[in-house]
Design a binder for this molecule. Sequence first.
Ligand SMILES: C[S@@+](CC[C@H](N)C(=O)[O-])C[C@H]1O[C@@H](n2cnc3c(N)ncnc32)[C@H](O)[C@@H]1O
Length: 237
Amino acid sequence: MSESRAEWGKRIERMFSGIVPWYDRLNRILSLRRDVGWRRALVQGLGLPASPRVLDLAAGTLDVALEVARSFPHGQIVAVDFSLAMLRQGQAKITACPTPVAVSLVAADAYALPFPDNQFDAVTMAFGIRNLLDRAAALMEIRRVLAPDGQLAILEFVPPQSGYFLRAYRFYLHYLLPWLGRRLSPLGFAYRYLVESIGAFPSASEFGRELHAAGFEQVEIQALTWGVAYLFYGRKP
Ligand SMILES: C[S@@+](CC[C@H](N)C(=O)[O-])C[C@H]1O[C@@H](n2cnc3c(N)ncnc32)[C@H](O)[C@@H]1O
C-alpha cells in the first residue's frame, strides 16, 4: 500500500530532525562546498524591491534565509520548516551572527502555510520540493501566498542526464555518496534516501512544465555545475 501524504511527511520530518547535527557539515563535504555557491546563485537571481517580504520554505538550518537576509538587509524574511530541530539549529546560527539578522522562524507544513493570500514578494526553496509527495498541491499553496508578480525561486537536484561528467557524477551519487553518508553520520539511510529522491524527481524540463501547469509564468531554468543542480524561477501572474 502506498504511503499517504501525512505518513510520508512524518517520516521525512523524523529523518531530517534526526540528521540535524551532521546536516550542514555533510552538505559542505558531499558537494565539495558547491552548495554554498548554489544557494548564493539562487538568491542573486531574485529580482526584488529593496525591502522585500520573502518566505524561505523548507528552510532547514536557514542557509538560504540567512543569504536572503545578507542580500536584502531591509527585507522581512520568514523561514518555514516542519522540523523544529532544523529550525532550532537555524536559530543558533542567527544567534551566532555578528550583526542582528531579521529572520522570523515559523514551524509549519508546506501544504498549509499559516499566512494570508498575496503576502510575499518571493518564495525561495532550496532542496525542499523533492521531499514533497504532492508537488502540485505545494505549488498551489506557494502561489496562494505569493503577491501578484511575486517570484518563486527553487534550487533542486534533478536526475543526472547524459554526458561524461554526469556519468561520473552518477557513479558518485550511487556509490560514493551513500558510502560517505554512512561513514560520516550514523544515519546512512538519509543519504540513501537523498539518492533515491533525486532519481525519482522529474527532469529539469519536466519540472519546468509542472511550474507552468501550476500557473507560474516567465519560467526560467538554469543549470549549475554542469547540471548537478538546477535553478527554477517563475512568477505569479
Ligand atoms: C534537504 S533540506 C533543505 C534545507 C534548506 N533549504 C537547505 O538549503 O539546506 C529539506 C527540508 O525540507 C523540510 N521539509 C520537508 N517536507 C516539508 C514539509 N511538508 N513542510 C515543511 N518543511 C518540509 C525538511 O524538514 C528539511 O528541513
